[in-house]
Write a new protein. Structure first.
Length: 503
């Protein structure tokens, strides 16, 4: 099992060698010399440096206290998660999987070797507790491909102790700056090595240029599409590690992307985007296998906990735990299989192409206020019709279906309004907020529908096993009351939403 460590660190460079005196930093009682470690790391990437472009690093390092394979994934500026595996001759399967969404079918190659003499100091407080580790690294970089260029430099690195307060790094930086030390111009040692060991006559390398500020309707839609594509790529490693809420967030990104293709069919050619939308629908359904069961489990656990003990009959808790755990391990393995599949990787390639070579229609060049506003209003009109239909329908299956359809259209309208917000401002933001409230209410109703279906299934199994089904009936009745409360609340909410002026 891979070990993950959160790193919060800052890098510096100086025209002078050595480390300034840090005993004057507030909170530091002593600076302890920990000696010099000799580190030898080989960094792996694709030939076109896909990991480096995503600010990810994969290395095999010997020497020091943490020899092994390390994958560093950006979390925020100056913050990375380092995922570690023991030393081996080849890239560990776990780490290869975590970079697959970036690497795809390309081969991971040893690109750069960094040998560092690391002079380490520990900054400790009055109790001897570690505040930060400060090192002076004398680095020798060697490119292992493209002519084998070399480079040397010295840098200072300050890494916050586990669970430390990031404010302490500000105090250290203040002291370093007074001594003439400045923040490094490179985000990492690898970035600097790649730049300084490049071939003498390389092909023109252009630094990534951020997209210009959106001006046309197409610009705004593509900015939203790009953000969702990026979210899927960034969440892929977290989903593979089963990080909290990662599956849900990736699923939402797929839905946002698919909804955008459908909402803005006058901007992006749907003959091109519809096939991608179908693949996104497939991915969302695969991601939803565990998520839907998690939602139902949480709901069932909550409603059962609310019951007085006198109304709990039979081994219902055991039955629910068995149901909740069923297929969990298998579905996780299947999900990893999905993320490793050619179908998923082909979808990522398709999304990259859509961003790089968007299938723009003539309306894409139009003014955002006109083109995007029209699309949002059209979506809102569909929601309005469905909500009115649901309110007018008698309680039962027809109303349940109408409310579910209204919820799906409200989500699409919310995502369309989110994409429109940079162009249309407050009206679009207000509509997105209203649609979020509406989908939350209708989601409560849909959860009740699904829970009642699950209770019927569990009750049938319990009855067949000779167990009491009394409590299932009690819970079913309570869920009916929850659904009725939502249905009673809906007209008032809808009147309030409708009284506002749509975008």
């Amino acid at each position: 099992m891979a070990d993950t460590k959160r790193e919060i660190e800052r890098k510096y460079e100086s025209d002078e060698s050595g480390l300034p005196d840090l005993t004057g930093v507030a909170g530091v009682r002593a600076v302890i010399d920990k000696g010099v470690a000799n580190l030898d790391a080989v960094y792996y990437d694709t030939a076109d440096e896909r990991l480096a472009k995503a600010s990810m690093t994969l290395r095999r390092r010997t020497g020091g206290s943490d020899a092994g394979w390390h994958l560093k994934v950006p979390v925020a500026p100056g913050v990375r998660d380092e995922i570690r595996e023991p030393l081996s001759d080849t890239v560990p399967r776990t780490l290869a999987g975590l970079v697959r969404s970036r690497v795809r079918e390309a081969e991971l190659l040893p690109l750069v070797r960094l040998r560092s003499d690391r002079d380490v100091r520990h900054l400790v407080d009055a109790d001897g507790a570690l505040l930060a580790e400060v090192s002076v690294d004398a680095v020798h970089a060697e490119r292992l491909a493209d002519g084998g260029g070399t480079a040397q430099w010295t840098e200072i690195e300050v890494e916050l102790a586990d669970d430390g307060d990031p404010v302490f790094l500000d105090k250290v930086e203040k002291r370093l700056r007074k001594a003439g030390v400045r923040p490094s111009s490179s985000a990492s040692k690898l970035a600097r090595a790649l730049a300084e060991t490049a071939p003498k006559k390389p092909k023109k390398r252009r630094a990534p240029v951020p997209p210009p500020d959106p001006e046309t309707a197409g610009d705004h839609v593509l900015a939203y599409v790009r953000a969702q594509r990026d979210a899927i790529l960034e969440l892929d490693p977290a989903v593979r590690q089963d990080a909290y809420d990662s599956v849900h967030r990736m699923r939402v990104a797929t839905r946002r992307l698919r909804s955008t293709f459908r909402s803005y069919g006058k901007v992006l050619d749907r003959t091109v985007t519809d096939p991608a939308g179908e693949e996104l629908k497939w991915l969302a359904s695969e991601l939803g296998v565990d998520r839907d069961r998690e939602v139902m489990t949480e709901r069932l656990t909550t409603v059962l906990a609310e019951l007085p003990r006198t109304l709990v009959s039979g081994p219902i808790r055991t039955r629910m735990r068995t149901w909740a755990g069923a297929r969990r391990g298998g579905s996780r393995r299947r999900l990893i299989g999905v993320l490793d599949s050619k179908r998923y990787l082909a979808l990522l390639d398709t999304l990259d192409t859509l961003v790089a070579e968007p299938p723009l229609l003539p309306d894409a060049a139009g003014k955002p206020e006109k083109v995007i506003g029209k699309a949002v209003r059209k979506n809102f009109g569909k929601v309005s019709a469905l909500v009115e239909e649901a309110i007018g329908a008698p309680p039962g299956a027809d109303r349940d279906l109408a409310l579910h359809e209204a919820r799906k259209k409200a989500k699409r309208t919310r995502y369309a309004a989110e994409a429109a917000s940079p162009a249309l401002g407050a009206p679009a933001r207000d509509l997105a907020k209203s649609m979020k409230s509406l989908t939350s209410l209708l989601g409560e109703h849909q959860d009740s529908v699904m829970v009642r279906q699950t209770l019927r299934e569990l009750s049938a199994v319990a009855h067949a096993a000779g167990e009491s089904s009394f409590t299932y009936g009690v819970l079913y009745g309570r869920e009916e009351q929850r659904a009725a409360a939502v249905e009673a609340e809906l007209p008032g909410m809808w009147e309030e939403i409708g009284s506002g002026v749509p975008v």
